[in-house]
Design a protein around this ligand. Structure first.
Ligand code: ZN
Length: 281
């Protein structure tokens, strides 16, 4: 191991700066969204069975709500532009902008070259949780999604109901494509209701029992036409393990609400990112 330099403590003591101050991000008009939500009518409902996934669609200007309905359960969410699946949720950049966990007023951003808000969180019944004594919080954009490859790597298992596989099957059914094609569309998720953080001593990703209870929900405003897929994780409340059928699991519900005509007057969907794309050539 290398020897620490004489000024090691001084170097460690340098104060951090925020990588991406967000004061210049366009602010969502939450008051307009709240007013539009008041008279909105429910137009669709999808129940996601335990250890399975299901797709849903929400048009630009509609709301979608993910609810815990029978018991504590974590969900893995993917989002695409319904008209162009190459534009999809970018969890890494969402994390860089908003931090490791997201809540009301924050947004889910799309992949390059689009980089625009796909959805804005308008309600989060778990926002009271904050950051606990372990550094844990809810709705993370740090985990990727449980998958059979990592399970095989670490434990040699062949398990088919990880969120990655659940999402793959749901997308294949929704689009009428092969599993191989569908798998290419699956991407890093928003971990809805999952309680996670990094240990301070080793910097490892940890999870703990989700504080979610039936009736809790996370609700979004769709900024563009969306195709979504949600998996009810085989980890259940993620208090112990995933990548197995050991944990008790529960369904999740997705509901879509459409505001009345004129309720969003003055609202404009987000434009694609303004970078001209030349990359210096
Ligand atoms: Zn999972």
């Amino acid at each position: 191991m290398n020897q620490a330099p004489a000024d090691a403590d001084a170097r460690r003591a340098v104060a951090p700066v925020i990588c991406y101050p967000v004061d210049t991000l366009p602010r969502p008009d939450l008051a307009l969204y709240a007013a539009a939500r008041e008279g909105a009518e429910k137009v669709a409902e999808v129940v996601v069975p335990p250890r399975e996934a299901a797709c849903f669609r929400a048009g630009a200007g509609e709301f979608f709500r993910i609810s815990s309905i029978e018991g504590p359960q974590v969900g893995d969410l993917n989002l695409w532009n319904a008209d162009d699946l190459s534009e999809r949720f970018y969890s890494g950049k969402t994390r860089a902008l908003h931090g490791t966990h997201v809540t009301r007023g924050e947004r889910l951003w799309s992949s390059f070259p689009h980089l625009r808000p796909m959805a804005t969180i308008v309600a989060d019944t778990l926002e009271w949780y904050g950051i606990d004594a372990f550094g844990g919080s809810v709705h993370d954009v740090i985990g990727t999604r449980c998958d059979p490859y990592t399970g095989n790597l670490l434990s040699g298992v062949q398990y088919h109901h990880c969120c990655h596989s659940n999402l793959t099957r749901a997308v294949a059914d929704e689009l009428g494509v092969t599993l191989a094609e569908a798998e290419g569309h699956v991407h890093d998720v928003l971990n809805v209701f999952m309680c996670t953080g990094f240990t301070r001593d080793t910097g490892q990703y940890f999870m703990k029992a989700s504080p979610v209870r039936p009736g809790d929900h996370l609700e979004f405003f769709a900024e563009i036409d969306l195709l979504g897929a949600l998996s009810a994780c085989p980890g259940g409340d993620c208090s112990a393990e995933h990548t197995s059928d050991a944990a008790p699991c529960h369904p999740l519900m997705v509901e879509v609400f459409r505001p009345v005509d004129g309720a969003l007057r003055g609202w404009q969907g987000p434009a694609r990112n303004g970078y001209e794309g030349g990359h210096g050539r």
